[in-house]
Design a protein around this ligand. Structure first.
Ligand code: ATP
Ligand code: MG
Length: 455
């Protein structure tokens, strides 16, 4: 469990450093020793470090200064602070700044070892959860996707930048996570930023860093996401949206492997893999001089175009099976789907791709209480057509209308229709109608009032 974990021990007392190192090495932890703040920082910059044990009193700066600087470089490295017994205030400040724990000196080596191992195990569990999440949600069966995955496997060990293209909802973000999980950087951070939804004045700070109190007040992070993802991957979503100014800055990061913090004059070196995605035609943007050509070629060392779902129908059954089993556990049901309904789903045009498919299925699942999902259940998605290939290509606009819209509103419409129907069938007998619908009578009365139905 603790194999390959590396811990940096920072203390000017050389003997103490060695003692701690000996204790940790017994549990297979790799240790780095530093006896000054600057020494510690250069190790954090150049080596992979899972945790830091940091003394408060150092010859060249305080432990708090080192802690702040480490956090600027990579916020995810946990730091355990060692403080003098009498110095409670410094312990409190360290915790406020983000140290995960502190120990008073002279400390019990066994306790220190246990704290460090606990932190490292927590971190590896976090990584496992992300891995599991990606493994559980990343499915494919089609030859088109297999080819993409084969290509990505060939480059997974490299740091090649990857540009992912594809319509909305096709799985670009999911693929970016998968690539990170397959890479040598999987133990490092994966940070993402959506360039379309982050306003320009915030984007700069988010990417390159802020000085507190300057630039955007809304964003107080000192180090930007590019620096914070050093050792890992940064995923820049909707890259087609960034301004010329931002494009120039990004190009500089790629070419020089360093970022300059906003409002500061010094550069910070970064070691980061860049994955970008867009549903825009980036080549067209380059042609129209909206997107820099030099940046485009830097970003698309590997270019992946995820085909729309309608062009890889073989993937649909696996998404459906997977989603039904997830929904069954979420809603505590045991639903299945019949072959005909599956074919109907498979032949739909899916303009919103996987996202739309999963939403439509959830809608059907919510409204079906038990048994097997049949074509008539798809009425809630208004999938009432016998599928043919023609349908799939010509009727897509109509079908899409039925499926789009907001879920609560559609559920209300369905609810209203079902209540009306039940009341008609029971000649307005509320008790019987409520029974038929499987709801309490007072709920029915409330809903009748809410929808303004006449009895
Ligand atoms: N291979 C896959 N297996 C299972 N689920 C997937 C897969 N790819 C995507 N999904 C699911 O489909 C939905 C949409 O995926 P995602 O957000 O990655 O698409 P996108 O292309 O990034 O969309 P957008 O263009 O809106 O950013 C998500 O719920 C995601 O979990
Ligand atoms: Mg996305």
């Amino acid at each position: 469990m603790t194999k390959n974990l590396s811990v940096l021990i920072v203390d000017d007392e050389v003997q103490l450093c060695k003692l701690i190192a000996r204790k940790l090495k017994k549990t297979d932890v790799i240790t780095y020793l530093a006896h000054s703040g600057n020494e510690a920082l250069s190790i954090v910059k150049t080596q992979h470090v899972d945790a830091v044990i940091l003394d408060y009193m150092l010859p060249d700066m305080t432990g708090l200064d080192v802690l702040k600087k480490i956090q600027k470089m990579n916020k995810r490295i946990p730091v355990v602070m060692l403080t003098a017994f009498s110095n409670v205030e410094s312990a409190v400040s360290a915790m406020k700044l983000g140290a995960v724990d502190y120990l008073n000196k002279p400390m019990d080596l066994e306790e220190l070892k246990n704290i460090v191992l606990k932190i490292c195990n927590q971190k590896s569990n976090e990584n496992k959860t992300i891995e599991k999440e990606v493994r559980d949600t990343f499915a494919f069966q089609s030859n088109k996707m297999k080819k993409i995955i084969d290509l990505l496997k060939q480059v997974s060990e490299t740091d090649a930048s990857i540009l992912i293209l594809g319509e909305s909802g096709v799985g670009k973000t999911t693929l970016a996570k998968w690539i990170h999980e397959q890479s040598n950087r999987k133990k490092g951070p994966l940070l993402a930023i959506n360039c379309a939804t982050t306003p320009e004045f915030l984007l700069e700070g988010e990417l390159f860093g802020n000085q507190q109190g300057t630039a955007s007040e809304a964003n107080h992070t000192e180090s930007g996401k590019i620096a914070a993802s050093s050792g890992g991957t940064i995923f820049l979503d909707e890259i087609g949206e960034i301004s010329p100014n931002m494009q120039a800055k990004l190009l500089n990061v790629i070419e020089n492997k360093q970022v300059m913090q906003l409002g500061k004059k010094d550069y910070q070196s970064v070691d980061v893999r860049i994955i970008t995605a867009t549903n825009k035609n980036l080549k067209e943007l380059v042609k129209n001089r909206i997107f820099r050509e030099d940046l485009y070629y830097r970003l698309n060392l590997i270019e992946i175009e995820i085909p729309p779902l309608r062009e890889r129908k073989e993937d649909i059954p696996i998404f459906i099976e997977h989603q039904i089993s997830l929904l069954n556990s979420k809603y505590n049901k045991d639903l299945k789907i019949d072959r005909k309904s599956m074919t109907i789903f498979q032949n739909h045009y899916w303009p919103g791709n996987i996202r739309e498919l999963l939403n439509a299925l959830e809608r059907v699942h919510i409204l079906k209480r038990f048994g097997t999902i049949l074509p008539e259940d798809l009425v809630h998605t208004s999938f009432q057509f016998e599928p043919t290939d023609d349908d799939a290509s010509t009727n897509h606009a109509d079908n899409h209308n039925f499926l789009s819209g907001n879920l609560p509103q559609i559920l209300e419409e369905v609810e209203e229709k079902m209540i009306k129907q039940a009341l008609e069938e029971t000649n307005g007998n509320q008790t019987k109608a409520a029974e038929k619908l499987g709801i309490a009578r007072h709920t029915l009365i409330y809903k009748v009032k809410k929808f303004g139905l006449k009895i």
